[in-house]
Design a protein around this ligand. Structure first.
Ligand code: ZN
Ligand code: ZN
Length: 246
């Protein structure tokens, strides 16, 4: 049992260490058939990629596909930017971007109101009922407003109502990521999500080419916990992304 694709890999276009080709060759070596490059969204104040680099990224991907022989999707790991479900990706960006991942990160460009009601409370680790409600609504609204393919590292640095988000993910055909660099869910949470019909994608979040495709730890955990492996879209198969024709 192994993953066929890794859809959350970083490169030097944000703060990864390798080039697109390095990630592709590492994936190929491990028997993967496809990857996505998902560098940090434009609104990230420290690591965000630049909009003006999109054409260069596209070209690097085309060249690396030819050289490696594996499929490479141009993706992004966008940021939640507000309490109202906004993200740092425009319609125009989506002409370039095939696979849309979104995650919660600190240090993101936002309004003053969102700084005080969203980013700062989460940075301080506030887990009040009110804050959980705000965070959960922001993520659920984002799934309604944008064609999100994968929610990355849910719960990381943000308190949420996971059941509500899981239900919205099922309703909107959004995959929930199982992140190989940090397992964020308990056994009970994983079983709860699977029973609601959530579809998962295992990703590495590799910032280093060597880590691309290394996800045996997640598969082992799922087996141990008795989570049905057919709930994972990239185990012995490939996911269906909203705006990608296969
Ligand atoms: Zn992230
Ligand atoms: Zn990442």
């Amino acid at each position: 049992m192994k993953i066929l694709g890794d859809y959350h890999t970083h490169t030097t276009f944000s703060h990864g260490k390798g080039k697109v080709l390095d990630n592709a060759l590492s994936a190929k070596q491990k028997g993967l058939t496809e990857i996505a490059i998902a560098d940090h969204g434009f609104g990230h104040l420290l690591y965000g990629m630049k909009r003006k680099d999109l054409p260069a990224l596209k070209q690097e991907i085309l060249d690396a596909e030819k050289q490696s022989g594996i499929k490479i999707f141009l993706g992004v790991e966008a940021n939640f930017t507000s309490l109202n479900g906004d993200i740092d990706i425009t319609e125009k960006d989506l002409e370039y971007i095939g696979v849309l991942l979104v995650g919660h990160h600190r240090f993101v460009k936002s309004s003053i109101k969102d700084k005080f009601k969203f980013f700062i409370p989460n940075m301080l680790g506030i887990k009040s009922k009110k804050q959980i409600e705000r965070n959960t609504n922001a993520i659920c609204q984002a799934m309604d407003k944008h064609p999100i393919d994968i929610l990355t590292h849910l719960k990381h640095g943000i308190a949420i109502d996971l059941e509500k988000i899981a239900k919205k993910a099922v309703e909107t055909n959004t995959y929930i990521e199982l992140n190989a660099s940090k397992m964020l869910f308990t056994k009970e949470e994983l079983l709860m999500m699977a029973s609601l019909g959530v579809k998962f994608v295992i990703n590495t979040d590799a910032h280093n080419p060597q880590k691309v495709g290394v996800a045996e730890n997640v598969i082992k955990t799922l087996e141990e916990y008795g989570v049905p492996l057919d709930s994972v879209a990239n185990l012995n198969g490939v996911p269906k992304f909203k705006r990608v024709k296969r």
